[in-house]
Ligand binder design. Structure first.
Ligand code: B12
Ligand code: SF4
Length: 479
């Protein structure tokens, strides 16, 4: 059957998802604009096609649906998604799955898309299908695109329109015979030639009023924020992280002046006063970093900045910390991961120099910024004794705030493969529906629930005199 010409694209971002832990705490409900889709939309539009974005989460932020096991999704319901798809009448639909535990929701959106418009190709992309395509592909999906798809989505449209050979599209996966065809070559776009994200296609006001919960700046909605990336990729390959699948460890930075110009645009056009940087690793390349921080300080004294995805501790020293403070950073989220030296050396490629951490924390505080430590507990090599030691060590660095995650296996990582090989998953583990706040990996001698409970106890004990826990967890009140 000849392919219908593609002129219009609908891009969809899936539901939000949160869990209530057995100890009663509720994960924080967030609503942040889908930057990846804004980038894709910009490239698709630049190539001459019409494009719309539907963010299911923001359109139905207050609508919660229990999906079992104390887990809730939030966003609009299937019927409404179906009506929006029908009304939009696109010629192709692209659905984003950047976080692995949205796989189930993404599958259901694909079903809804096929029910609404059975002849329209459905494409899925993002971190999860990049790392685990065989886990994502299903009868409702025509194509997966792996990796960064700024160019490849346009290539796919043009290939479909021209009838050319699909297998030439970089990163493409489609069903073939009884298996899949996978083009293993991914695209790594030049970050300086990409058009700016198409924010005009999203209702940014909705995110500013619903927004990103941010304790340090007070309640949601008080600041107009924008999100940006100054680089893509990370040169490291940590055992638990999916970033290397995506970027092939190719770190690519944008020109500093272009970043500055983009911030200026957001300040003047939208009145934005806070920027969150979502780079994989903002801190790579010392000279570029210094130039960027210096220019932020000179140009944006009325704005504040934050790197949400974590700071690589080894790239900090007195000079960089002072520059960060001068540039308007209020909090440094230090990605320590494990305080254990052996774990650092074997599993964490960035190999944080643990001995320097208290020195960095002291300097961050002296410069008037909040020092928050990010930790992970529950690596497969941890014994009960090691888990206890880890929790004790976390308390000793002198952080203003701590954040402790339970180690979770993301499909496509070495950690995941290790757990499969050694049969370390608990029986109820479902890679499509990972519960971040429970233990999913079996540790010898550590009863299940021990880490989850201790994580909460240690956090409350540490934070109770530093923040108002009730305010911080105000979301709990709802249930
Ligand atoms: C912003 C962000 C969030 C936001 C949510 C973003 C959203 N809209 O849903 C918040 C803060 C809520 C968040 C939370 C978490 N996050 Co997060 N987050 C990010 C971050 C920093 C930026 C994402 C981004 O915009 N990147 C920039 C854009 C340009 O890239 P992109 O989105 O990947 O899009 C490109 C491609 O993926 C592809 N693409 C994307 N969509 C589509 C769709 C189609 C159709 C196609 C063809 C292609 C395609 O093309 C795009 C352009 O090249 C990434 C790290 C990173 N730098 O990517 C982590 C990341 C996505 N998060 C991650 C994780 C693990 C989490 C948490 C689980 C952390 C935790 N333990 O709590 C939580 C989940 C919380 C929950 N309740 O579920 C992992 C996901 C890995 C995985 N496979 O699951 C990442 C990759 C970080 C990492 N390296 O480990 N996160
Ligand atoms: S340094 Fe961070 S982004 Fe890079 S591979 Fe390690 S965890 Fe992932």
């Amino acid at each position: 059957m000849p392919q219908r010409m593609i002129k219009k694209v609908l891009l969809i971002s899936p539901h939000g998802k949160i869990t209530i832990t057995r100890e009663g705490s509720r994960e924080r409900k967030l609503a942040v604009p889908p930057l990846g889709l804004a980038y894709l939309a910009a490239s698709i539009r630049t190539a001459g096609y019409d494009v719309e974005i539907l963010d299911i989460l923001i359109e139905g932020y207050d609508r919660e649906e229990e999906v079992g096991n104390n887990t809730f999704i939030y966003g609009i319901e299937s019927d409404k998604i179906r009506r929006i798809i029908e009304k939009s009448a696109p010629d192709i639909i692209g659905i984003s799955c950047i976080i692995s535990n949205r796989a189930r929701e993404v599958s259901s959106i694909c079903r809804t898309a096929k029910e609404a418009l059975p002849d329209i190709p459905v494409v899925v992309g993002g971190q999860h299908p990049t790392g685990a395509p065989e886990m994502v592909m299903n009868p409702d999906i025509d194509y997966l695109l792996r990796g960064e798809c700024d160019h490849t989505f346009v290539d796919l449209i043009e290939t479909l329109n021209s009838g050319n050979e699909l297998s030439a599209v970089k990163g493409i996966v489609f069903k073939q015979d009884k298996g899949f065809f996978i083009n293993p070559v991914q695209d790594f776009p030049d970050v300086n030639s990409l058009p700016r994200p198409a924010w005009d296609l999203l209702k940014l006001e909705k995110y500013w009023t619903t927004g990103m919960c941010d304790y340090e700046i007070g309640a949601t909605g008080k600041k107009k924020f924008m999100i940006m990336i100054t680089s893509r990729g990370c040169p490291h390959k940590c055992y638990f992280c999916t970033s290397p699948n995506m970027s092939g460890r190719r770190f690519r930075a944008r020109d500093v002046d272009d970043v500055i110009e983009e911030i200026e645009k957001y300040r003047s056009e939208y009145g934005v006063n806070r920027i969150y940087f979502w780079d994989d690793n903002f801190f790579i390349g010392r000279e570029r970093l210094k130039e960027l921080l210096d220019k932020l300080a000179r140009n944006f004294s009325d704005m504040t900045f934050e790197v949400t995805s974590g700071t690589e501790a080894n790239s900090l020293d007195d000079e960089i910390i002072e520059l960060l403070a001068r540039a308007g950073f209020k909090k440094i989220f230090l990605a320590v991961e494990s305080p254990n030296e052996a774990t650092q050396k074997t599993l964490i490629d960035k190999n944080v120099n643990i001995a320097r951490v208290p020195i960095l924390v002291k300097k961050i505080k002296e410069c008037g910024m909040i020092a928050e430590g990010s930790f992970m507990v529950g690596f497969p090599d941890e014994s009960l004794e090691r888990v206890d030691t880890t929790f004790e060590m976390i308390k000793k660095f002198g952080f203003d705030r701590i954040s402790i995650s339970i180690v979770n296996p993301l499909p496509g990582t070495e950690l995941y493969d290790h757990c499969i090989k050694n049969k370390l998953f608990f029986d109820d583990f479902d890679p499509k529906d990972i519960r971040w706040s429970q233990e999913n990996i079996r540790l010898e001698g550590v009863p299940r629930g021990y880490i989850a409970q201790k994580r909460r106890d240690v956090w409350i004990e540490y934070m109770k005199n530093k923040i108002d826990i009730d305010v911080y967890e105000k979301e709990n009140i709802k249930l």
